[in-house]
Design a binder for this molecule. Structure first.
Ligand SMILES: *[C@@H]1O[C@H](CO)[C@@H](O)[C@H](O)[C@H]1NC(C)=O
Ligand SMILES: *[C@@H]1O[C@H](CO)[C@@H](O)[C@H](O)[C@H]1NC(C)=O
Length: 440
């Protein structure tokens, strides 16, 4: 038996080779996890969204149905996307601000062709917590290039199982991309914060509404300098790479996780209301001169929310816009479950744009370290700098949670023969089950 390092080297090479040429390089975590868990069983495919047509100042916010996506019963392991131009070159955020993209499955009636009207589509949202909003399976914004979406082993987001589709229905995928072209914009931060005055929009039924999604809707246009008013439209695409393992691959022994999205604007529990009330976005006011004098210019927003099922958090990441300085999630007793902080760029190039949130730090708690009881009231916190007013900001938490019972079943479900072990100084080492399978 050669030492383990000789096994891993060809596997790592294979992991690189199996990715399509346009896919971003797998992160270190992907490689380590992939080599440990399922090696070449990890599959990867890169797709392009339909084109978005954007001229200087304009907004595109469309839902595309039946988009390209891996088919079959599988476990999703990651979803990475970025905006590219027609030549495939990454587009920096200071040219086109990626407000958000969302990916969500839905069901269509197979016999009626699936093309049909909205009435023939059945939504299939994630497991909670907001009802009617934030139902996506994956979704990020400007931070997309530098935020890990890797679902740690042995977990996966189960899709295409068929078992939970209503009779006669099939699964499809929808994609929403909200992008704002800020080339030549009179006020780039103002356009990305969807300030209504810059879009010449007034929201009649909400007098105090100064900015947010209701002012940067599809086809709205933000104010641009005279040289850009007649600027030509260009076509952009969301290029996205999905990684997965096939569910039928017993050696992968995937444990399914539930997806929950928490929102700091949901005050239903605090207000004693029965139904969640996720407003998705909020406004940060400029701090008072007294607070500024005291050097205390942080806008702290806090709420409480309950997960529909308890379990073990295996992945968590916050979502904030520019001005954000940190999010955190706490248990009922105050214990920290995850703290996720924005990463700001400091250059010009795509992925490192100065003044923009180009990534969010993520949490991968050790198994059992971030356990949530059923009915436990979690505290969601979102901090922004209050140095000036900002509209349309967000404070969300995206969680992957494994049910307690399923976790306990994972070991007996693994039908692999027991692995031979070696005592290799300084640590003992066992042949992983998947590798044993490959050798037979
Ligand atoms: C906004 O309204 C002002 C005044 O009515 C007008 O001059 C300007 O062209 C409008 N801007 C846009 C982007 O529509
Ligand atoms: C949020 O701000 C408060 C007050 O400054 C601070 O105590 C807390 O640690 C901050 N939390 C995060 C996650 O940034």
């Amino acid at each position: 038996m050669p030492p383990p390092s000789l096994f891993l080297a060809p596997l790592l090479a294979f992991a690189f080779a199996s990715a399509t040429t346009t896919a971003p390089l797998p992160t270190a975590r992907t490689l380590v996890d992939g080599a440990r868990g399922h090696g070449h069983r990890l599959k990867s495919k890169t797709f392009l969204s339909p084109p978005l047509s954007l001229r200087p100042g304009s907004v595109s916010n469309k839902w595309y149905t039946d988009v390209d996506f891996p088919r079959g019963h599988l476990a999703l392991k990651s979803f990475n996307g970025e905006l590219v131009d027609a030549r495939g070159a990454p587009v920096p955020l200071h040219e086109t601000y990626l407000h958000h993209w969302l990916v969500e499955p839905y069901y269509v009636h197979a016999a009626r062709g699936g093309g049909g009207s909205d009435g023939e589509r059945l939504p299939r949202a994630n497991s909670g917590v907001c009802k009617g909003s934030l139902g996506q399976y994956f979704g990020l914004g400007s931070e997309t290039r530098r935020t890990a979406t890797w679902v740690p082993d042995p977990y996966g987001v189960e899709i295409g199982g068929g078992g939970d589709a209503p009779a006669g229905y099939e699964e499809r995928w929808s994609l929403n991309v909200h992008a704002i072209d800020t080339r030549g914009a009179a006020d780039k931060p103002g356009c990305t914060e969807c300030r209504c005055d810059l879009y010449n929009v007034t929201v009649d039924d909400d007098e105090g509404y100064a900015g947010g999604l209701r002012c940067c809707y599809d086809q709205a246009r933000c104010r641009v300098g005279a040289d850009f008013v007649d600027g030509e439209a260009r076509e952009l695409f969301l290029r996205y790479t999905v990684m997965w393992v096939d569910w039928s691959d017993a050696a992968a022994a995937v444990v399914p996780v539930r997806i929950y999205i928490l929102d700091v604007t949901d005050t239903a529990l605090l207000d004693g209301k029965p139904d969640p009330d996720c407003k998705v976005e909020y406004t940060v006011e400029e701090c008072s001169s007294e607070n500024r004098a005291k050097n205390d210019c942080v806008d702290v927003k806090v709420t409480k929310e309950v997960l529909p099922h308890g379990g073990n958090i295996v992945f968590a990441v916050g979502h904030q816009h520019a001005g954000g300085i940190g999010t955190s999630l706490h248990g009922q007793d105050g214990r920290l479950l995850c703290s996720s902080t924005p990463i700001y760029g400091d250059g010009e190039e795509a992925g490192n744009e100065a003044g923009y949130v180009v990534g969010m730090s993520t949490c991968y708690p050790e198994p059992g370290a971030a356990k949530v009881r059923g009915g436990e009231a979690l505290t969601v916190l979102s901090n922004y700098t209050g140095e000036r007013r900002r509209t349309g900001v967000m404070g969300h938490f995206y969680l992957l949670v494994a049910d307690d019972d399923e976790q306990q079943q994972a070991a007996p479900n693994n039908k692999q023969p027991s692995a031979p072990c070696f005592s290799l100084f300084p640590a003992s080492w066992c042949v992983p089950a998947w590798l044993l399978g490959n050798l037979q």
